[in-house]
Ligand binder design. Structure first.
Ligand SMILES: *Cc1c(COP(=O)(O)O)cnc(C)c1O
Length: 461
């Protein structure tokens, strides 16, 4: 029986502004739609189960084989084995290092992809799956508004993917020079528009375009982080790490530095598929709405969000909280109103969360380097600080794996200042300065943007 995907808002019958989407869609439909029409998030109606022996058999095998196991469990009814194999082999052609910090404690480095961010894992698989969802000969046009790193991960992921063009909008004054270079030089089927405005302006231009009937011929689609197609690939590395490091039946603790909770959600699904996860540790930066919720049982978003040095995690209301609530029997909407609280005792059994200040983050970067000679950047350090806090509070001793979500070389000033060393650039970033390419500058004006799209987007392959 194939898995169907329904909206987290499907039961919100008497809520102003929401018309619940009561039906369900296939994975392919969810992938192309991104979000449910009622602004809820798509969730699977059942979770496939893995056998522990099939997981343990993956030890020593290339990463794509774990991806294949997860992909087949969810997608076997909608994609052939041959297609899935091409997708995962092509998506995962880079290493996934597991670095020992001390005995039975590891850092999993998810920073070896083309943009040195863990977002490469999800974006690359999603892009390739989408390419196989097109009607024959048709073209899909992706529009993305970005404030920086997501845009380049998505852009790089879709580079040279058949039948798909990507247009990235970014705010002229809000991206760093390095980010601008990354966005401008992808090239090929990926086009960068530098908008004279703020990130919100970019988002608005994209939003209006999606609802413009005159642009419907272009098969517009999004690639944002709430797409279930970006969650599915994030289940894979938890299973991979377990197979590599755990003994038969051993329990593991994962620590996942968290912003919009998509990464941690991958771990939650992995556990529900049968992975022996003793605890999912989800540390946040000073945006502490979730640790406070777990402690008090009351949810209140942080608004406006707080600016911390782990800036990819500056989120005051995590978009994937809706999926976590759903899995534990609750409902929360896009703006952060709780309509039904989840089973908090059950949540506490499986999840631990703590807020980590910028000061603690910097101290952690220093102490991990001084004690273990391991270099972490500020996102991974939030994860490590949370793990240490968990061990201190519980006294537990178990296999532990902390995710490092970006490469330290992306933050050379911060690392140099704290450690006195300059982290070596990964190969993917070494040639950045030499890369050529430029963005098209456009005004923050919908008619100009629409004119650009009508002139440049293609309908057929
Ligand atoms: C996006 C991001 C995160 C947060 O991941 P979520 O899935 O949003 O919780 C953490 N670290 C880095 C470097 C990121 O880019």
């Amino acid at each position: 029986m194939s898995i169907r995907y329904y909206s987290t808002n499907r039961n919100l019958n008497n809520v102003a502004g929401i018309t619940p989407f009561a039906s369900s869609v296939s994975f392919k439909e969810a992938l192309l739609m991104g979000q449910a029409p009622d602004e809820g998030l798509f969730v699977p109606d059942s979770i496939p189960q893995l056998l522990i022996n099939d997981i343990l058999k993956l030890r020593g095998k290339p990463y794509w084989q774990t991806a294949m196991l997860v992909a087949q469990a969810f997608l076997a009814d909608e994609f052939s084995k041959e297609v899935l194999e091409v997708v995962v082999k092509d998506a995962y052609n880079f290493p996934v290092p597991l670095e020992a910090v001390y005995p039975r404690a590891f850092v999993m480095r998810l920073d070896q992809g083309p943009t040195a961010s863990f977002k490469d894992f999800a974006a690359r698989m999603m892009a390739r799956l989408m390419s196989h969802c097109r009607a024959k000969g048709e073209r899909i046009n992706i529009l993305v508004a970005t404030s920086g790193d997501t845009g380049s991960a998505v852009g790089e992921a879709y580079k040279r993917v058949a039948g798909i063009d990507v247009t990235i909008l970014y705010p002229a004054a809000e991206v760093s020079l390095m980010q601008k270079k990354q966005l401008d030089t992808i090239g090929g089927n990926v086009h960068a528009l530098c908008v004279e405005g703020k990130f919100d302006d970019c988002q608005n231009l994209v939003k209006v375009a999606f609802s413009d009937p005159e642009l419907a011929v272009f098969n517009l689609s999004s690639a944002n982080s709430i797409n279930f197609g970006r969650i599915l690939p994030q289940i894979v590395y938890y299973i991979y790490a377990y197979a590599e490091l755990a003994g038969a039946g051993e329990e593991v603790i994962f620590s996942v530095p968290s912003g919009n909770f998509g990464d941690a959600l991958g771990c939650e699904y992995a556990r529900r598929m049968g992975l022996p996860v003793a605890k999912l540790v989800m540390p946040t930066n000073e945006n502490d709405e979730f640790p406070i919720f777990l402690e008090t049982g009351k949810y209140k978003k942080v608004s406006p969000s707080r600016a911390c040095i782990s800036n990819a995690m500056n989120v005051g209301h995590p978009s994937n909280l809706a999926r976590f609530f759903e899995l534990y029997g609750g409902t929360v909407d896009r703006v952060g109103n709780v309509h039904r609280y989840p089973d908090i005792e059950e949540m506490r059994r499986h999840i631990y969360s703590v807020t980590v200040s910028d000061g603690q983050t910097r101290e952690t970067i220093k102490s991990v380097y001084e004690r273990y000679h391991v270099i972490m950047e500020q996102h991974g350090a939030v994860g490590w600080a949370g793990l240490e806090d968990y061990f201190q509070k519980t006294g537990e001793e178990k296999l532990a794996i902390c995710l490092e979500t970006a490469h330290p070389a992306k933050f050379p000033e911060e690392i140099k200042q704290l450690l006195g060393v300059t982290p070596e650039m990964p190969d993917s970033m070494k040639d950045l300065a030499k890369r050529k390419g430029s963005a098209i500058n456009i005004a923050n004006d919908y008619d100009t943007f629409k004119g650009y799209l009508q002139k440049n987007l293609k309908i057929k392959e």
